[in-house]
Structures are given as structure tokens and as C-alpha cells.
Design a protein around this ligand. Structure first.
Ligand SMILES: [Zn+2]
Length: 367
């Protein structure tokens, strides 16, 4: 068997909790992000941050400049230190309002497609364009040839209306998407995704005509998030470790249908966790999922590579969220980087989206 060339992207969705944040912004986002950067710099690995720029716009609009200033300063700092900053859009922020010291979340506007594709400043294409322009203006004074060229969708939902989303992304100079978690199917209250029918190859190109399930040969290059399954014994160990880490929480997600009460949060959390016991649940390569440990990640990643043994070249993302990371999660990431290098040696490299953009770019070849 020819040796696979593996490129892993340590990615981080740089964002607040969509529901309530139990502690201040420093503790939720800025401190763990600094810690993440420092850890990865210690291993000579660059992080690709998918920055939720809509949250900055919403805070500015409501006069909450302290958060917006810190967000922008930290993203400039990340770039200066050799990390990468790319586009993540949680568009509900555009319609959410700050009242009585808390955010009233526009739960009917969670996806880009819920903003429509007509002309107008609040349409999905206009939001994408605003995001790209914003990052260029923010980051070019720091790195003059900076380009926004990669995208991750809110809730990993590059659906529905994937054809029009792909078109808008390409029109705005995006070359890489990293939203798809292969084989994942989720029907949550806020997010519905179905990635069971995507190409078997490790990577492929998305075009407006091909949808998500065929390789268009040119267009938007997909770098999926690695996923894996594991047996019942591993899952039980996972759930035990998960139960023990239940106090490690800095905030909560949101639900579309019910009021944000502790009970509705608990119900969502229970339903979310029960799916790990039944059927053949899918795990994502991530250090922030409570309950993951090193052997699970290494075996899972190995499983992912074996499922793609026909691809000589594998570009794949690990997904993390600073808001979910505490000391054990940073230690796990550190251990994973170390162990992956030992196990796969020279056939594996860590990279950022910007570092590979030229080698994968066929965005201009789309008719
Ligand atoms: Zn996100």
C-alpha cells in the first residue's frame, strides 16, 4: 500500500455560547484561546480559528465594545503569532437583541439559508460578503497579504440550500470549506444536518451544480472533520468520563422551541447524550468533547484513515472550541499532537488552511 500523506488542521471555532454564558468573556473565550495558542505554539503547530464575526457586529451595534475590541485584538494577535483566522458565521446574532443584560436570541434565524438569497443587506450572500470584507479590513494591517479563503458553517450546517451557499462562497473568494463531518446525521432542535451521502474520497470539490454528494472536480475544496465510530465498551467508558466532567461548563447552547430554562437545557443535554448508547453513534475528532481520551482519538483517527485508504492524500480537520476547553482538554490536545507525530511520522504534517490553499485551489476553474 502506498503511504498516505496526511495533513491535519487543528481548527477552533472561536465563539461564545449561543445561549447563556455563565461567566465573563475572558473566562469563556479569551483566556482559553490564549491557552490554546500557547499550547500549540509549544508544539510548533498553527491553529486555524473559525471566527464568529457576527457576534462582533452584534456587540458593536449594542454598544458592547469591550467584547468586540478584545475579539479583534486577539484575532490580530493570533495571525501575528502564525495562526490562521478564517470565516465562521452564526447569523442569528444579526437579529438578536441585548435587553436587560442578556441576549434575546433570534432562534428562527439560525442558518444562513433562513436569511434568504434575494438581494438586500440581510441576505445570505450579503452576510458572507460582509464577513469576508470584515476579516480583510481587520487583518490586512497585521499581515498585508492575508486572505479570507476558508469557511465553516454554523452548526456545521452547509445545508439546506447548499447549491446557493456554495455559489456565494465561491463568488466571495472562498476556496476551502470545512463544515462537513462525514456520515454525520443530526436532527437537533436547532440544527439538522445529513452528511451520510458524501463522496468516499478523503477530499473532493463542491460546486453549485454538484451538491454535496458528488465530486465536481473543481470549485470549493472540502476538508471534512474526521469522524469515527467505536464499540460499546469504549462508549461506556466515554460516558463515564463524560459524567465525571459535567461540572466543566462555562455556558449553554440554545433551543429553538422552548424557553431557555434549566429544565429545557437538561432535556436537550440528556437527549444528546443518550444517542451515544443506541445505534452506531458517530464521534468527531475533537479534544473538547468531554469523555474523549487519547486512545479513543488515536484509534478513531486511525479508523478514519483506514476508511480512506484509497486516497493517497488526506486533508482532514480536528474541531475544537476554546469555550469548551479546560486543562484536561488542552492536555489531551498536546498528547494527541505528540502521539500522532510518533505514530505517523513523516507522512503526517500539521498545517493551517492558508498554508495549503494554493496546493488545493481549483476555485477559479468552475464555469
Ligand atoms: Zn460555531
Amino acid at each position: 500500500m502506498a503511504l498516505q500523506r496526511i495533513t491535519i488542521f487543528i481548527t477552533a471555532d472561536y465563539e461564545l455560547f449561543l445561549g447563556r454564558n455563565f461567566v465573563g468573556h475572558d473566562e469563556v473565550l479569551f483566556d482559553p484561546t490564549e491557552q490554546l495558542m500557547r499550547r500549540c505554539e509549544g508544539r510548533d503547530v498553527g491553529v486555524t480559528f473559525f471566527a464568529d464575526v457576527c457576534s462582533v457586529w452584534a456587540h458593536r451595534k449594542s454598544g458592547l465594545d469591550d467584547f468586540a475590541d478584545k475579539f479583534e485584538t486577539q484575532m490580530r494577535e493570533a495571525l501575528r503569532r502564525g495562526h490562521d483566522v478564517q470565516l465562521h458565521l452564526h447569523p442569528h446574532w444579526l437579529e438578536s437583541t441585548w435587553q436587560d443584560n442578556q441576549w434575546r436570541v433570534a432562534t428562527d434565524r439560525m442558518y444562513l439559508s433562513e436569511f434568504g438569497f434575494e438581494r438586500g443587506e440581510d441576505s445570505a450572500p450579503a452576510i458572507i460578503q460582509r464577513g469576508v470584507d470584515y476579516l480583510h479590513n481587520l487583518l490586512r494591517p497585521t499581515v498585508s497579504d492575508y486572505r479570507c479563503l476558508a469557511f465553516r458553517a454554523a452548526g456545521l450546517a452547509l445545508q439546506p440550500d447548499e447549491d446557493r451557499l456554495i455559489k456565494s462562497l465561491l463568488e466571495n473568494g472562498i476556496k476551502v470549506d470545512s463544515s462537513i463531518a462525514k456520515e454525520m446525521m443530526l436532527q437537533l432542535d436547532t440544527i439538522e444536518i445529513d452528511y451520510r451521502d458524501v463522496p468516499a474520497a478523503a477530499n473532493w470539490y463542491l460546486s453549485p451544480d454538484s451538491g454535496l454528494s458528488t465530486d465536481a472536480g473543481a470549485g470549493l475544496f472540502e476538508i471534512p472533520i474526521a469522524t469515527f465510530r467505536c464499540g460499546l465498551a469504549t462508549r461506556l467508558g466515554f460516558l463515564l468520563r463524560r459524567a465525571r466532567s459535567v461540572s466543566m461548563r462555562r455556558g449553554a447552547g440554545i433551543s429553538r422551541s422552548s424557553q431557555q430554562t434549566r429544565w429545557s437545557n437538561l432535556k436537550t443535554m440528556l437527549a444528546y447524550n443518550l444517542r451515544y448508547l443506541s445505534g452506531r453513534p458517530l464521534f468527531s475528532l475533537s479534544c473538547d468533547t468531554k469523555g474523549h481520551n487519547l486512545s479513543m482519538l488515536l484509534d478513531g483517527f486511525d479508523d478514519y484513515l483506514q476508511r480512506h485508504h484509497d486516497s493517497d492524500e488526506v486533508y482532514v480537520s480536528m474541531i475544537n472550541h476554546p469555550k469548551l476547553m479546560f486543562d484536561p482538554q488542552f492536555e489531551l490536545l498536546d498528547a494527541f499532537i505528540n502521539a500522532a507525530r510518533r505514530r505517523w511520522g513523516d507522512s503526517l504534517r500539521f498545517a493551517t488552511m492558508t498554508e495549503v490553499s494554493e496546493e488545493v485551489d481549483k476555485s477559479g476553474e468552475i464555469a
